[in-house]
Ligand binder design. Structure first.
Ligand code: URA
Length: 433
């Protein structure tokens, strides 16, 4: 048996841990034998000291072994594809990508996460849909992917329970922004569900965890590609811009509306660009034997002919939800954020908008916090937009007048107006595989 304080101390002092020590710690925590305070201290030690490649692999492996695993590909007799993002502000990509890919005839079985620090989580967003269940048994998960080609679920007490617990702990102990914990969290979920191929979306910039730069993003991407390869997965990693929020909507129910619009071909340009690119690459990794260009063509066709919307509705109904966006919760107070002067938006800080949405009640401060699914921010003016004095930059959706007031000030502070057009680049910064 390991002595947990000694394991924490060695990592705190910059030492290496043996595979068995990491395994015992993770499995002990998952069973409830190691308390939250010791695991939180260990995560903080890792935050400062890091884990080497071997330790990161041991951590990922222990997380996978903390529960059951399944081989979706073998169960369906098809190559199942999956996608995952490192977490960003306004990042509802999976909710749009999954039904589009399913509509193109490729099965998607995905395990997602909840909000982490200032970035929202797919599960929290989905739970803003009345009736939606994200905790399915393994059998129900497989059955649903077989029946309708698509399921998105959370980590459960059966599937990667260690990630479920560590993820919730990291969210509230300032231990999100560290590569080995991000890489093991993401890849353990991918490995445990048995997808054949994964598209990863590593966020780069102000709203990425740790304000990761492009070079730091490449390092994280390569770590995850390595973990995936060791487990026999084909992995492609996109590096995408998170300097400003993705799309317009930030906040759980607001993001569901925007995802639905995008699936129907009426989404914001930057978000649509990312969704189409991710879908095209997932189709190219599938067993359809097509290239990315053909994947793009089929993606655009599924959006245009309504089959992607039909797949979304089938999916939401299969998990008990109501796909009609008019039943989504709406915040009682909506305030406009007005431009104090005429100019061009030269900056819209993703982190500041993400924190504003969290402060409005859209995220958690403690593990026990309830999320307010209705609140959030809609950024109407994005980088490069020309605005006149008094034009609407954004909307704040709040529970009450007081939080609306605070939210409006915070969102206004996230904007910078200039007289020159900023140098623009697309959402996709690089691709590694
Ligand atoms: N997504 C995850 O599943 N885990 C992380 O640590 C970050 C993003």
């Amino acid at each position: 048996m390991i002595r947990v304080p000694e394991v924490i101390e060695r990592k705190r002092d910059g030492g290496e841990l043996a595979d068995e020590e990491i395994s015992e710690l993770v499995l002990g925590y998952s069973r409830g034998d190691v308390p939250d305070y010791q695991m939180a201290a260990w995560c903080m030690a890792v935050f400062f000291r890091g884990l080497n490649g071997r330790e990161t692999h041991a951590l990922t492996d222990a997380m996978v072994r903390s529960g059951d695993t399944l081989d979706l590909g073998a169960a369906l007799g098809r190559r199942v594809v999956d996608k995952h993002s490192t977490g960003g502000v306004g990042d509802k990509t999976s909710i749009a990508v999954a039904p589009i890919v399913a509509a193109c005839g490729v099965p998607v079985g995905k395990m997602s996460g909840r909000g982490l620090a200032h970035s929202g989580g797919t599960l929290d967003k989905l739970e803003s849909i009345p009736g939606m269940r994200v905790e399915l048994s393994i059998d129900a998960f497989i059955e649903q992917v077989r029946d309708i080609g698509l399921a998105i679920v959370g980590q459960t007490d059966d599937l990667v329970p260690a990630d479920k617990k560590i993820y919730a702990l990291r969210d509230v102990t300032a231990t999100v922004d560290i590569n080995p914990l991000i890489a093991s969290s993401i890849m353990s979920k991918k490995i445990a569900t048995g997808a054949g191929a994964v598209v990863l979306d590593v966020k780069v910039g102000d709203g990425a965890h740790g304000k990761r730069t492009l070079d730091e993003g490449r390092v994280l991407g390569e770590q995850m590609i390595d973990l995936g390869r060791r487990a026999g997965l084909e992995v492609v990693c996109l590096l995408t811009d998170m300097d400003q929020p993705l799309g317009a909507a930030v906040g759980n129910a607001l993001e569901i509306r925007e995802a639905v619009d995008t699936i129907g071909g009426k989404g914001p340009p930057d978000f649509t660009e990312l969704v189409v690119d991710a879908c095209a690459r997932l189709l190219a990794l599938s067993d359809l034997e097509i290239d990315v260009e053909e994947g793009r063509r089929r993606t655009e066709a599924a959006i245009a002919d309504g089959s992607a919307t039909a797949a979304y509705e089938r999916w939401i109904r299969a998990q008990g939800g109501d796909p009609d966006v008019s039943v989504l919760p709406a915040a009682p107070v909506v305030r406009e954020v007005l431009a104090p002067r005429a100019g061009i938006v030269s900056r819209l800080g993703a982190l500041a908008v993400g924190v504003a949405a969290l402060e409005l009640g859209g995220g958690r401060r403690t593990k026990e916090d309830e999320i307010d699914h209705a609140v959030g921010v809609v950024c109407h003016a994005k980088r490069g937009a020309a605005v006149g004095q008094g034009d609407v930059l954004a909307e704040v959706h709040a529970r009450d007048e007081q939080s609306a007031e605070r939210g409006t000030a915070a969102v206004l502070a996230a904007y910078e107006l200039d007289d020159e057009v900023p140098r623009e680049h697309g959402i996709l910064l690089d691709v590694i595989s």
